[in-house]
Design a protein around this ligand. Sequence first.
Ligand code: FAD
Ligand code: NAP
Ligand code: SF4
Length: 584
Amino acid sequence: MITEAVHREGGRIAMQILHTGRYAFSEDSVAPSAIQAPINPFTPRELTDEDVERTIDDFARAAELARSAGYDGVEIMGSEGYLINQFIVSATNRREDRWGGSRENRTRFPLEIVRRVRERVGPDFIVVYRLSMLDLVPGGSTFDEVVQLAKAVEAAGATIINTGIGWHEARIPTIATSVPRGAYSWVTRKLMGEVSVPLVAVNRINTPAVAEEILADGHATWSPWPAPSWPTPTSSTRPRRAPEEINTCIGCNQACLDHTFSLKITSCLVNPRACHETELVLSPTRTRKNVAVVGAGPAGLACSVSAAERGHTVTLFDAADEIGGQLNMARRVPGKEEFDETLRYYRVQLDKHGVNVRLKTRVTAADLDGYDEIVLATGVSPRTPEIPGIDHPKVVSYVDVLRGEATVGDRVAIIGAGGIGFDVAEFLTDGGEKASLDPDEFFRQWGVNTDHTTPGGLTEPTRPAPPRTVHLLQRKTSKVGAGLGKTTGWIHRLELRHRGVEMVAGASYDRFDDQGLHLTVDGQSRVLDVDTVVVCAGQDPRRDLAAELTAAGRQAHLIGGADVAAELDAKRAIKQGTELAAAL
Ligand code: FAD
Ligand code: NAP
Ligand code: SF4
């Protein structure tokens, strides 16, 4: 049982009780009032007084069941715009009965839940209340209202108050990789001293160093539990993991939240074994093999480290002078600096598991004689579309731009609006303010009132003028950026809109010449007077080595982009590399 496993390791565990209210992806969703959420196609039904009473009782019953299942506590989810939050804010609660109207009435629902949960579980059970401290939506709570509620929650029986930041429908990033680390800890700090229970700081606290810094700066108090991502096991068999060995969360949301909201099993981009621990097993090998892995991008890195961990002898080759493959371009995009942590992790693991790393080595088939297994993780080659004038000196590839090898003018057209087209548009319109590293700049650009004197903590964004004019183009007629991550795509689209990037769908490229890029859109000819065209038109698998090996009658495994370039991302590359290593 989960609770026993946690207790065996010296941990304590609480179960979260969450009612999604109008965020439920269901025709039968319910809410304080029948007001549709902007992120949900369904309109909720208004709860009756009897429903409200029963729901409070359900919370208390769930807590009681958690206790009997061995949990040490429960967390009552009162933030992120879920049901409890929907009662508190008048924009989502238009009721005129004892659950709506005045602030006192609107906060009756959360306070009754805390009170009845405490009543049902007794005094020695942990009750965490997750309080929405910064709603980031119009009409949200002010700081004074947050303090009042926190005091009342404490009085009703909460043991700990956890910080909630932003409703899901908020249009300000709160947990994505473009949010500076620990940026929201000031919100928790503001509440310190107002209540006497411990407070938990949250959002983008992804390394022990960041957590220690927040504690040292007095932005949070220690809760009685160890921090979740880096537990300190009490068992003598499992030593504490050194910080440099931690496979750090990069805030991509690609395999956790994106999966959840696409009704897929949740996992993790950097750790594909997450939630698949019993299927993707790296057991020690019985037959040690001599394995050659060509390509030190994410697919090759994951395969090498996992194969070596299982006991194989692994040699990893790359033509470049550093590991990482395309991640070395990704990490140069403002807001994607966290990929540095993934590369640090792999460097440490390669060393730890004794992988023989041979950089600056372009491999040919002859170099691969004598290996028991050959893995080709050679990635992709950028696609060059057949457009008249594509060989013009002002047409460059995203590779040249991101590696700093191309001169880019002030007026730019980007051909291709996939993930890389968006990244290149962000790269070229960024003025060097480092919003993803500097919280003050981040809050200025996204319009967060850090004094929290306004409802929901919103204010007017202040954005610097972008250094270039950019047009982002695609041939498809669908919305530009529709294929981006489910939970983060809106951030990229909004960011580019803020920077004045023109997004054009349904473009057909006629030619490029000294006048600029000639297009046809909706049957109308158009010339974009640009001085640079950046091609981001997807990729094809790089398989020249595979062809050489096949000609020599040798077998090889293909992973990552070398296998399939379409819809390739680091998530698939790492997963495929790990799965192959488990099977070697
Ligand atoms: P690659 O990363 O392409 O690595 C292949 C390696 O093989 C290269 O290092 C190359 O030098 C080496 N090689 C090739 N041939 C030989 C040879 N003959 N001998 C020796 N070495 C050889 N994905 C995400 O999931 N999330 C993101 O946010 C994201 N952002 C991105 C942003 C940008 C700007 C770019 C360019 C990509 C981004 N990606 C992202 C995509 C991700 O980086 C790729 O999907 C991933 O790197 C593919 O991994 P791979 O191991 O298959 O190949
Ligand atoms: P992509 O997402 O497949 O986009 C390629 C773009 O090029 C599309 O907009 C496509 O749109 C266009 N295109 C394709 N063939 C073309 C042609 N012959 N002529 C002109 N345009 C053409 O690929 P990508 O942007 O290169 O990204 C590669 C991979 O990295 C993707 O799978 C992506 O998921 C991943 N990545 C992910 C992220 C992330 O944040 N998660 C960020 C960057 C990259 P039209 O066909 O409509 O023109
Ligand atoms: Fe973090 Fe993994 Fe989720 Fe990415 S997929 S945000 S690395 S937990």
